[in-house]
Each structure stands twice: as structure tokens, then as C-alpha cells.
Design a binder for this molecule. Structure first.
Ligand SMILES: [Zn+2]
Length: 236
């Protein structure tokens, strides 16, 4: 008999394959990103279909073989508050798309999993402005990068090694410089206050949405830094 397990899964997306089969991309706290097949998912009478909407947490029964099969699922959290709000749906879909791209297969990421569920649960039941949604998405992305070990470290200048007061992030070098050493080219300035806050948000044990800054200067600095960091990652 084939081995089966019941697993907590977050549904990222599903696509139709031949014979009405569904190909489902999911995130698992213990197994990283997984691709599962579901027989008959796109048949009109499918019982699974309603449970396997993107942006849903399910308990799924997986039959393990060369191509793992999702044979049954029960919704645990369907985030209807997000799905009924266009701005929230756009923000959540965009965030999940990015996380799923970075989330490696086979790697347990318990902290980021908890972050994701915490964030979506908050978004599902509270009102947030667009800039709060954007900032929360950025911090969540930083935190995943940190758990994966490729977020920059903000304590010292990568050139002279001196402790940083304010920091100058270089997109081409992918690191922080002090004022004296900052290189030519595209550089984002982070005030001392912004740098300390960013480190705290990215490194703390839990994602704390209540601690997100509301100062527009900090928001602008963090957003410019985040976009520059994404550009740097694209160059890698
Ligand atoms: Zn320096």
C-alpha cells in the first residue's frame, strides 16, 4: 500500500492539466513548496474543487508516490474577508506569488509559515491602508529572506567594518556602507532610526504588524530600500 499522510497546507495556485486533473502548488510548514496532483479537480462534480481555492489553508490527505496526489482536503481557513475585498486580494496574491517563488521545495520554514498565517489572519479581520499592506508585505518578504539566510546584515559597513549609525545601501554591491565609504551609483539612505526599526522587524521572533511604523519618512526609506534590494536580487 502507498504511504499517506495528513498535512496542513496553504494553497498557492492551481492549474488544469489533461483529463481534468489539477496541478496544485502548496506551501507546507515542514516540507517547503510542493506540487501535488488532484484527480478530476476540474470536473464539474468535483468535491475537492471548493476546498482547493488559492489563498486557503487546508488539511490535505497526500498519497505519496513519484507524483504525490492530494486525494482529500478540508478547508481550515479560507480568508473570505480578504477574498471579498479587491485591494486585499491584490496585495495577498502579489505577496504569496513572491513568497512561493522564494520558498524552496523540501525546506522546513516554520517561522515564515507562522508569519504568513498571522499576516493573512490579521488582514482578513482588520482594516489596513494600502501603505500598511505594502509595508507588511515587504517585512514578510524580508523575514523569509532572513530565514533563508540571504537578507543583508545592517550592523557594520561592508567596506571599513565600522558600526553603522545611518546606513547607505548600495544596489550594485548588495550591502550597507557608512557615509564615508558609500560608493558611486544607486544608493538608498536609511536613517539610524529606520535601520534599527528594520532590523528589529526582520529579526524578531514573530511578525508584529502592530509595530509597523506609520511615519511617512520611514515608509519612504523602507520602500525605496526594498525595491532596490529586489533589483539587486534580480541582478544576482
Ligand atoms: Zn565605511
Amino acid at each position: 500500500m502507498r504511504r499517506t499522510t495528513t498535512e496542513r497546507l496553504f494553497i498557492v495556485k492551481r492549474t488544469q492539466e489533461k483529463d481534468c486533473r489539477g496541478k496544485i502548488t502548496v506551501l507546507s510548514p515542514q516540507r517547503g513548496r510542493l506540487v501535488l496532483m488532484a484527480k478530476g479537480l476540474f470536473k464539474p462534480q468535483s468535491k475537492l474543487s471548493g476546498h482547493l481555492e488559492p489563498l486557503t489553508v487546508v488539511d490535505g490527505l497526500i498519497v505519496w508516490s513519484q507524483q504525490p496526489l492530494l486525494s482529500a482536503a478540508v478547508s481550515r481557513q479560507s480568508f473570505l474577508g480578504i477574498k471579498n475585498d479587491l485591494a486585499l486580494t491584490v496585495a495577498a496574491t502579489e505577496l504569496v506569488r513572491r513568497l512561493a517563488e522564494w520558498w524552496p521545495p523540501g525546506q522546513p520554514l516554520p517561522r515564515s509559515w507562522l508569519d504568513l498565517i498571522t499576516l493573512l489572519t490579521q488582514w482578513n479581520s482588520h482594516h489596513y491602508s494600502w501603505s500598511q499592506l505594502t509595508l507588511a508585505s515587504q517585512i514578510m518578504s524580508w523575514r523569509l529572506a532572513h530565514e533563508l539566510g540571504y537578507a543583508p546584515v545592517g550592523h557594520t559597513c561592508i567596506h571599513c567594518g565600522r558600526p553603522l549609525a545611518a546606513a547607505f545601501w548600495s544596489e550594485s554591491q548588495g550591502g550597507f556602507f557608512c557615509e564615508a565609504c558609500q560608493p558611486e551609483g544607486l544608493v538608498c539612505h536609511l536613517s539610524h532610526h529606520t535601520l534599527v526599526m528594520w532590523e528589529d522587524l526582520v529579526r524578531s521572533e514573530r511578525l508584529e504588524l502592530t509595530k509597523l511604523p506609520s511615519s511617512s519618512t520611514i515608509l519612504e526609506e523602507l520602500t525605496a530600500f526594498f525595491n532596490s534590494w529586489l533589483n539587486f536580487l534580480d541582478l544576482c
